[in-house]
Structure formats: C-alpha cells, structure tokens
Design a protein around this ligand. Structure first.
Ligand SMILES: O=C(O)[C@H](O)[C@@H](O)[C@H](O)[C@H](O)COP(=O)(O)O
Length: 267
C-alpha cells in the first residue's frame, strides 16, 4: 500500500485541536484492532502545547464536526462527560529520543512529557517506557531500551523485524534533523540493524549525548506525525514534497504508514 503524505497548516489553536482529534481517533482504532495503542513521544519544546491539549481532550461536539466517529468507550479517564480523551488505560507510551540527562534535568524530554502530559492522564505506570539515562553508559542504556522493545513486540513479529508503533510523533530541527538523527551523523542515518542507538549530537539543542530510535523503527510506524513551528514552515513544505531526501526528516518514509505534517501556519 503506498504511504500517503498529509499536510495540515493552521494557526496554532486550530492545528493542535486537529492534531488531538487525529491522535485520539488513531488511538481508538488501534485499541479496537489490536487491544492497545503504542505511542512514541518526540522531544524539544514544540510538543509542550500538544501534550497539554492532549491531556485536556477535545469536546465531543467538535470531534464529530471534524468527521470522527464517537468510539464506544469515549469517556474513559475524564471527569468532563462532554470531552473525549484518548484511551490512556490501553496506551503504551515510549520515547523517540532523549537527551542523556536525568529526568529531573530541565532539558530532559521525559521530564517535559511528565510535566505536560504523563502526570495529567491515567496511563498505567507499567505502560510508561522512559528511555534510561542514568547508568552513565549511553550504549548500554540504548541496548537496554532495545531489549525492552524486543520484549514488548516480540509476540507480534517472530522474524525480529522492527516494532511497528501505531503512532510516532516527531519534531523538525532547523537543520532538518528529527528525533536525534542529525544530518551529519551518517552512521546513525545508515544504521539498519539496531533499533535504538546512542549518538553524539553536538549541533543539537542542547548539544550532547542522546538516545534515539533509528530509521528502520521510524519507517515501520503505522503513522508518523510531524509537529512543526511556523519558523520551519518552508523547510517542512520542501521535505514533505520530497525535495530534501538528504535530510533526516526527508528519510522518514514509512514502509506502509502515512506521514502527517501538522505545521503551524505563518499568519
Ligand atoms: O530531543 C529533541 O530535541 C527532539 O526530539 C528534536 O528532534 C526536536 O523535535 C527538534 O529539535 C525540534 O525541537 P523544538 O521543538 O524545541 O524546536
């Protein structure tokens, strides 16, 4: 099946509302088909507002207006009966990349996710899979996370193929990086076997050692969602048109999943 690319560009509030509706629908479909929703979070600052909106949910009336169907169990984990939230009790949460810092560090992606999403929704603690960053050995921690993924996904693919996450959220750097796959890190971009690797991202913000999913995993996703600020609108447009295959974000071409570009409009 040929993967499709979708482009949604709106002012921030409308964009986030559509992103929340899309994620919620994707989650309910996954739970209906496979009994669980596997979601990979991206890092950086852009996802903060999305996480907060995702935690609040979307008004049922607006969800229907956007063309989505109300799932049977649409009222899990929310006190407000007029609001729909994703099926968090059936969601397994993962990270796409992490700065090699403790979760308490202000630059920790997990710390940001905990603050803006995790502590505000009813995820089961055993379903929250943080990238480990405390052993002092990034390579060992990358392998540790990979082993975790193998354990959680082995039943579904005995041939050791990469895990197929239901939805991977990604950001976009000014230089076209995504997750912690940097344009000048050929080794990371050409990695075909490993699912999780430790990299040195000197040009990242912040610079330093990172753990990141590799392209074989990202390109096995059932769906990928890029959330992009207005400053990178043109870069996102050229990448989504296939004009920048040399950039890491341009190498995100899921084998069968669609790519959704949610790009804050240049007002
Ligand atoms: O750990 C990270 O920094 C990210 O995963 C990275 O890929 C991020 O998504 C982009 O750098 C955009 O970052 P901003 O959202 O902060 O602009």
């Amino acid at each position: 099946m040929t993967a499709m690319t979708h482009w949604i560009s709106e002012p921030l509030d409308a964009l986030l509302e559509k992103a929340v509706a899309f994620i919620t629908d994707t989650a309910y479909r996954a739970v209906a088909e496979r009994g669980r929703f596997t979601l990979v979070l991206s890092g950086g600052n852009t996802p903060r507002a999305l996480h907060q909106k995702l935690a609040r949910g979307i008004r049922e009336e607006r969800y229907l207006e956007l063309g989505y169907k109300l799932p049977e169990e649409a009222r899990r984990c929310t006190r407000n009966p007029d609001v729909i939230v994703p099926p968090w009790t059936h969601t397994l949460l993962f990270q796409g990349d992490e700065r090699y810092l403790p979760p308490s560090h202000p630059d920790s992606n997990y710390g940001m996710a905990r603050q803006t999403l995790i502590r505000n929704v009813c995820l089961k603690p055993s379903n929250i899979h943080r990238m480990p960053t405390e052993s002092g050995d990034p390579e060992a921690d990358a392998q540790r996370y990979e082993m975790l993924l193998k354990g959680l996904f082995h039943k579904r693919n005995s041939n050791n193929a990469p895990p197929s996450f239901d939805l991977i959220l990604l950001g976009l750097g000014d230089d076209g990086h995504t997750a912690s796959l940097m344009p000048d890190d050929k080794g990371a971009l050409e990695e075909k076997e490993r699912w999780v690797i430790a990299v040195n991202a000197p040009n990242g913000k912040p610079p330093g050692i990172r753990l990141t999913l590799t392209l074989p995993v990202i390109n096995e996703a059932r769906a990928v969602l890029f959330l992009v600020p207005p400053s990178r609108h043109e870069l996102a447009r050229s990448i989504s048109n296939g004009e920048r295959p040399e950039l890491p974000a341009g190498m995100v071409k899921p084998r069968s999943g669609d790519v959704w570009w949610f790009v804050e409009g240049v007002v």
